[in-house]
Ligand binder design. Sequence first.
Ligand SMILES: Nc1nc2c(ncn2[C@@H]2O[C@H](COP(=O)(O)OP(=O)(O)O)[C@@H](O)[C@H]2O)c(=O)[nH]1
Ligand SMILES: Nc1ncnc2c1ncn2[C@@H]1O[C@H](COP(=O)(O)OP(=O)(O)O)[C@@H](O)[C@H]1O
Length: 205
Amino acid sequence: MNKQRGLLIVLSGPSGVGKGTVRKELFTQPNTNYEYSISMTTRAPREGEVDGIDYFFKTKEEFEGLIHAGGLLEHAEFVGNYYGTPLAYVNETLDAGRDVFLEIEVQGAAQIRAKAPDALFIFLAPPSLTALQNRLEGRGTEPADVIAKRVATASQELEMMSLYDYVVENDEVQHACDKINAIIKAEHCRRERVEKRYLSMLKGE
Ligand SMILES: Nc1nc2c(ncn2[C@@H]2O[C@H](COP(=O)(O)OP(=O)(O)O)[C@@H](O)[C@H]2O)c(=O)[nH]1
Ligand SMILES: Nc1ncnc2c1ncn2[C@@H]1O[C@H](COP(=O)(O)OP(=O)(O)O)[C@@H](O)[C@H]1O
């Protein structure tokens, strides 16, 4: 029998909710069987960010070239910059039977839902809008006007929550990680059960 294709896991949510923090924590834990897909962006690197680890940093022209060449699974413009997921890496990894973990904003997640409805969609939600604003201010990576734009965008992003398979509140990082791992495990069990049922139906059992 062919190796089962990996599961595409999409973690999304508003800027500042803690997606990056939760994702990094998930990847420090043993027994994570998923691979992180490093995104492309035209945003300038923040202090300490490394090309090829945090993002593949691209010029606007390079990014637009990738869009036209069909090199991205999804892409979106977020507060003045492009962000996108490399298509070849995702397909190759899934075809090799390994799960792929994307950490992206909501417009990109909606594009993936249209193209790959069998992906697993998890929305990371803040305990409150005030907590979200505090986290963005506390991170200190953006000036006040950019924070204001990100908070304004967050209200629209939160409205997309109901389109996701699961909503996980990021109250405490470890708690959010435990919930995400439990969801992924449960999804694998569900898929195995569906496949078994389908195979036995094909065999006429
Ligand atoms: N659509 C899409 N969004 C992405 C991608 N990579 C990152 N993002 C999202 O773009 C938004 C801005 O990212 P960034 O500037 O790094 O800020 P931060 O995530 O708040 O630290 C965040 O919501 C990211 O999750 C991607 O490949 N595609
Ligand atoms: N559960 C949490 N409780 C308190 N602060 C958090 C939590 N998760 C993340 N943070 C903090 O919030 C800020 C934004 O987190 P980050 O991971 O950069 O968000 P995102 O990637 O969604 O934009 C960071 O300063 C981070 O340390």
